[in-house]
Design a protein around this ligand. Structure first.
Ligand code: AMP
Ligand code: ZN
Length: 114
């Protein structure tokens, strides 16, 4: 995908504050953090939204959760808790159409979300 912000970040064409990377997953700090810890975890494969997931993508979404769990642990959030969020399309607040998981932690979260 040539005109995708997160593909450009993945490729190093736009700078970011990298948190974690492996063959399938890339994670970096959100530029506009909504909590003391706010990390975005993306698959290296371009997938636009949850609606676009195919059966073959089930494993990659599991890897996003594994990365989220491990990053939360490294940040000392495991016991107190944290939130993993995926927004799908405009009414949910999705603004970047490369699927991503938000890892939010370090403060009390409210429910329901806004
Ligand atoms: P969403 O609204 O769920 O699509 O989340 C997109 C997130 O990307 C927002 O939290 C933005 O703050 C974040 N974001 C946008 N541009 C950048 C960037 N260049 N580097 C890091 N995070 C970004
Ligand atoms: Zn992309």
């Amino acid at each position: 995908m040539t005109d995708c912000l997160f593909c450009k970040i993945r490729d190093g064409d736009i700078p970011c504050d990298t948190v974690f990377e492996n063959d399938d997953v890339f994670a970096f700090n959100d530029v506009n953090p909504q909590a003391p810890v706010h990390v975005l975890i993306i698959p290296k494969k371009h997938i636009s939204t949850v609606n676009d997931l195919e059966d073959v993508d089930e494993a990659i979404m599991g890897k996003l959760f594994s990365a989220g769990k491990n990053i939360a642990s490294q940040k000392g959030l495991s016991v107190d808790g944290y939130r993993l969020v995926v927004n799908c399309n405009e009414k949910a607040g999705q603004t970047v159409f490369h699927i991503h998981m938000h890892l939010l932690g370090g403060r009390n979260m409210t429910w329901p979300p806004g």
